[in-house]
Design a protein around this ligand. Structure first.
Ligand SMILES: Cc1cc2nc3c(=O)[nH]c(=O)nc-3n(C[C@H](O)[C@H](O)[C@H](O)COP(=O)(O)O)c2cc1C
Length: 496
């Protein structure tokens, strides 16, 4: 009988060599390859697993010639003993590495759809109340209380209401949404259906970034399967969900620019209020929430809001999904309750620095996130501590920079990024980011002065206070924190 081997079909795992393994072994009669989601321990990919007496056994960084060892069972590691995984608290990512992404029966066997069933037993008000008790805050970046937004959309009047999943995931170093779309797509659909029931929506969209073709295809296949299983229905009416691909713009992840883009227009930010929950897609009440937010909701309904509220810290309840990247030894996805320090996460899960690298700075929260030097590593990972430090957790991206990083060049890079990506609607962002980039280019070229550093500070304050959205509002943070923590590097480049 053929031996079942489990191999991830996630984009990162494929890039690390999983696709080549599947090809190399495809015509072996003694092997049956099952393509699963990835456990997110990307430094171990391609990882191959087979069933053992007490759970799965894994082989790491496998190449085609390792097959005899795997088949004879030599040299494997029990999955539950891998520290990177064993020390995590996985709820939203519990299925990862275990199931085939499109196997609806496996999803159900592991508790999938029980959140939706619970939602059907509750009134819309009671669903929203469960979310209030859970204290879930949106995971897309703004960390707004989910129940509050849903209440507004529920109470708003509209001929139609919409549920939109924000799968734009533009922050460099983030990939948890992609993993959900590719690896556990029914969880997202379940969360969207629960939301639709709570607010009375009749249609759903997933706005997926153009750079995620495999994710969009997988999600479309999952929608098809869910439709065949008659899951996409509410109150006897169809609840169609459509995947719409973006056009490669960072600002289209901002909820109002996203809605413009979804309506077929240029992705330009709208002034708020009104907020999308009041007047969103085509002027109708719309919930725009992050993929991870929706994926967190089914278990809140099935386990109860107070279960969720029992995890984490006072104002940051539940688990945080962190995505480690840059110069760490163990890049990958980590789900843990809020409250661990940055240092703990980087050491315990990141495994410290990559060989030959020394720590210089870490950026949390994507290209608009603040930079922390070694002295910032005691910071607990929770919304309050980050807000107090003028920083954001954003979508949980953590990128580590090493001793070879040129901080002036990095600061210039971030300002140039905003100048490229600004939608152009408001002056502080459109003009400010270009002027900011020019100043940093001047400093880099050796013709900047102390006045330029002061100018950057002034410009940063204007952008923070006067931009229409957080693209302009947060663009100064990586630049100003680079100057604050590494002043000597900037001064050494100034004109004498
Ligand atoms: C420039 C910019 C880009 C953004 N990109 C994303 C994104 O890619 N994904 C996302 O979920 N939210 C993104 N947001 C936040 C959204 O505007 C919005 O707050 C979020 O989708 C709401 O979902 P949540 O309540 O689940 O957090 C972005 C915001 C800004 C200002």
């Amino acid at each position: 009988m053929a031996i079942r081997l489990y191999l991830s079909d996630d984009t990162s795992a494929r890039a690390a060599g999983a696709a080549a393994l599947a090809d190399a072994w495809s015509d072996r009669p003694d092997v049956q390859i099952i393509r699963t989601s990835s456990r997110g321990a990307f430094y171990l990919e391609p990882m191959v697993e087979r069933d053992g007496p007490d759970g799965r056994i894994a082989w790491f960084n496998v190449s085609p010639q390792d097959l005899p060892a795997i088949l004879s069972g030599t040299g494997g590691t029990p999955v539950q003993t891998i520290p990177f995984l064993a020390q995590q608290t996985r709820y939203t990512f519990a299925n990862f590495g275990e199931t085939e992404p499109l196997a609806l029966d496996e999803y159900q066997a592991r508790g999938g759809l029980s959140g939706l069933e619970a939602a059907f037993r509750l009134t819309p008000d009671a669903i929203i109340d469960e979310l209030r008790v859970s204290q879930l805050r949106g995971r897309g970046g703004a960390a707004f209380p989910v129940w509050n937004k849903w209440k507004v959309a529920q109470q708003a009047k509209g001929a139609q209401k919409y549920v939109v999943a924000n799968a734009d995931e533009g922050d460099a170093g983030t990939y948890c949404d992609r993993m959900i779309l590719e690896g556990d797509p029914f969880r997202l659909l379940e969360g969207m259906l629960i939301c639709a029931r709570a607010i009375g929506a009749g249609r759903g969209y997933v706005y997926c970034r153009q750079e995620y073709p495999a994710a969009a295809a997988r999600l479309r296949a999952a929608i098809h399967k869910a439709d065949e299983a008659e899951l996409l229905e509410l109150n006897g009416e169809p609840f169609p969900i459509e995947v719409v691909e973006g056009a490669g713009s960072y600002v289209c992840g901002e909820e109002t620019a996203l809605l413009e883009s979804l309506e077929g227009k240029r992705g330009v930010v709208r002034a708020r209020p009104p907020y999308p929950a009041q007047s969103g897609l085509y002027g109708c009440p719309t919930i725009v929430s992050n993929v991870l937010t929706f994926a967190t909701i089914p278990q809140i309904l099935s386990r109860g809001g107070s279960w969720h509220a029992s995890l984490g810290t006072e104002h940051s309840r539940g688990t945080m999904v962190l995505q480690l990247g840059g110069r760490v030894k163990h890049p990958g996805l980590v789900e843990v309750p809020f409250g661990l320090s940055l240092h703990q996460v980087l050491e315990q899960f990141g495994g410290g620095m990559a060989p030959g690298s020394r720590f210089k700075a870490v950026q949390v929260g994507g290209p608009l996130g603040s930079l922390f030097p070694t002295t910032g590593l005691d910071m607990p990972i929770c919304y309050d501590a980050f807000a107090k430090a003028g920083a954001v957790l954003g979508h949980g991206g953590i990128v580590v920079y090493d001793h070879e990083t040129d901080m002036v060049d990095l600061a210039r890079h971030f300002m140039a990024f905003t100048a490229d990506e600004s939608c152009g609607k408001c002056t502080p962002c459109r003009i400010g980011s270009v002027r900011g980039r020019e100043i940093l280019e001047r400093i880099q070229a050796g013709s900047g002065t102390m006045d330029d550093l002061r100018l950057l500070d002034d410009l940063g304050e204007t952008m923070k206070l006067a931009s229409l959205c957080a693209l302009g509002g947060r663009a100064p943070y990586p630049v100003l924190t680079a100057i604050e923590h590494f002043p000597a590097e900037f001064r050494s480049k100034l004109r004498a």
